[in-house]
Design a protein around this ligand. Structure first.
Ligand code: FRU
Length: 542
């Protein structure tokens, strides 16, 4: 049977919301089973989990062009259906200048790149509800890395190869086009068997991405369906693709492919054995150079955090990456990128003036119950952009220099066992704290977040147990050896990003306290330099 005939039987394209191809058979997920026509022999309608599927059991091979046409029609109706979720709700927890979704759940930054005079930042979006459902890519653009404009939804989960999510990936800027690579995620049958393919899409200017379909359809040997999040680099005259992967022995590894033309890919091998058991899955690799040295940033799952306070299996790491004589990948010198609560799946780009700038997901997998879900039907956001550099072998992370353009007049407060009401939750605060002192932020009579310099343990404790947090760990700590501790804190309504000792360490956290919790206090003595961050116009992001 032709796919068009099956669509007619299904009650028309408006009644179809997925097209699938389990083992070569055609399957359409329908919205309303009552609209399905009387079925001829060889065709069945059955419930698979909680979806109704019209299955054509004939063994005819299905033309991919027809599947693709149906995909475009599904895409059109998906775009129509989600339009209602692209208007930002008003909510006290909304960031003033960080990127957040209008409604629904957002996660990883994707395709972060400079292309044809503009910065492009896509991100993962589940428009409906605060949960991880079929992911879309949203496209935002900026001329100055500060004012971001929502363009549109760039990829929809509309096709047989990405019906349950256009998952994360990166972009490559070519002379005349931008090419994005992403993972098509599909769930098939009663067991919701995961099918993973590496896909691509192109566009001249980053808008209106045209899907090319899957470029890698089969799994490499020894790997489960958990292989995703392609990152592409060009090296020694050929393209390399890096993917986060899980082996059939449940080990996280890095899968590498190569290609001459970006369209045909050949599997090289898995890397990372030198790390031994390093978690059960690696997600979201990013690879880049700083001062001629390669680095791998990735998100290993199931690695021991090294701290009893950190109970989350989802970690972030940066490693040195060297290419051996035969181009083999060797990883060493692993360290966390962020010692806070909420930093995952970061991506970076090279700016027009040569800086390496990174953006992370301010959120974590398996965690979505936050106060903003109830008050504004949205959850999670992206982090501030940070500039990476290496000084004397140490990784340094600093807030992007463009943020200075948002500064207004600096106010200075000398606090000694006292507090001040800043009357805002959107500011930058700089201070030097002595050991033994405590700094409380976003404070009212009942709520606050606290940074405590424990002189005995020589560690900075970040405590968010006195906030409206509903899920997640409440404390983090980091060992420090400096005489005093220098802090640069970015506060934006429901987040604190703490840059420590000139960017030698960073701690990122979502912090929910009431709107009126605008006080700051010090136990001990410290001078605070505070400046409000004047907010640019980002109508669709707030
Ligand atoms: C990381 C991740 C990626 C995946 C995406 C799906 O947060 O799990 O591995 O591509 O999210 O939204």
């Amino acid at each position: 049977m032709h796919i068009e005939d099956l669509v007619k039987l299904a009650g028309g394209i408006n009644n179809v919301y997925r097209v699938l191809l389990p083992e070569g058979h055609l399957s359409l997920a329908v919205r309303d089973p009552d609209l399905v026509d009387e079925l001829p022999a060889g065709t069945v309608l059955r419930q698979v989990i909680d979806e109704w599927h019209l299955l054509d059991l004939s063994d005819d091979s299905v033309a991919e062009e027809s599947l693709f046409r149906i995909g475009r029609e599904i895409e059109a109706s998906q775009r129509e259906n989600i339009r209602q979720f692209s208007h930002p709700t008003s909510c006290q927890y909304r960031p003033a200048w960080h990127i957040a979704g209008p409604q629904g759940l957002i996660n990883d930054p994707n395709g972060f790149i400079y292309h044809q005079g503009e910065y492009h930042l896509y991100y993962q979006w589940s428009p409906v509800g605060c949960s991880h459902t079929d992911k879309y890519w949203v496209h935002t653009t900026s001329k100055d890395l500060l004012n971001w404009e929502w363009d549109d939804v760039a990829l929809t989960p509309s096709d047989w190869f990405d019906s349950h999510g256009a998952y994360s990936g990166h972009a490559v800027s070519l002379d005349h086009e931008l090419m994005v690579f992403y993972t098509g995620n599909t769930r098939l049958g009663e067991e919701r068997h995961r099918q993973t393919m590496q896909c691509a899409a192109v566009s001249e200017d980053g808008k209106n991405l045209r899907k090319l379909g899957p470029l890698i359809r089969d799994l490499p040997p020894g790997v489960t369906e958990h292989i995703r999040d392609p990152k592409i680099i060009h090296r020694d005259g050929r393209w390399l693709m890096f993917l986060g992967a899980q082996t059939t022995e449940m080990k996280g590894r890095l899968a590498v492919y190569h290609s001459e033309d970006l369209h045909h890919w050949e599997f090289d091998r898995l890397y990372g054995d030198e790390l031994g058991d390093y978690g059960y899955m690696w997600e979201c690799p990013d690879i880049f150079e700083i001062d001629g040295q390669y680095y791998l940033v990735f998100s290993p799952q199931g690695v021991d955090s090294g701290s009893p306070l950190n109970t989350v299996p989802h970690q972030n790491r940066i490693a040195h990456l060297t290419f051996g004589e035969n181009d083999e990948v060797i990883l060493s010198h692993l360290q966390p990128l962020d010692y806070g609560f909420d930093f995952y799946a970061p991506q970076s780009l090279q700016t027009e003036d040569g800086r390496r700038v990174m953006c992370g997901w301010m959120g974590l997998p398996d965690e979505w119950t936050h106060p903003s879900c109830r008050s504004g039907h949205w959850v999670h956001q992206l982090t501030a952009l940070r500039e990476l550099s290496v000084k004397n072998g140490k990784l340094i992370q600093k807030p992007q220099k463009e943020l200075e353009k948002l500064y207004s007049e600096v106010r200075e407060y000398l606090l000694e066992d006292s507090r001040v009401d800043l009357k805002t939750k959107t500011f930058e605060l700089r201070t030097q704290l002595a050991w033994g002192s405590r700094l409380r932020l976003f404070e009212d009579t009942s709520f606050f977040a606290e940074l405590y310099l424990d002189a005995e343990k020589r560690c900075l404790l970040f405590d968010r147990s006195h906030t409206q947090l509903e899920e997640g760990d409440t404390a983090r700590e980091i060992q420090l050896d400096s005489g005093v501790v220098d802090l640069q804190i970015l506060a934006d309504n429901s987040s604190l990003e703490v840059f420590i000792n000139g960017g030698e360490a960073v701690m990122t956290a979502r912090i929910f306290t009431p709107e009126g919790a605008t006080q700051v206090s010090v136990k001990g003595k410290a001078t605070l330099q505070v400046c409000e961050l004047k907010v640019p116009e980002m109508p669709y992001l707030r």
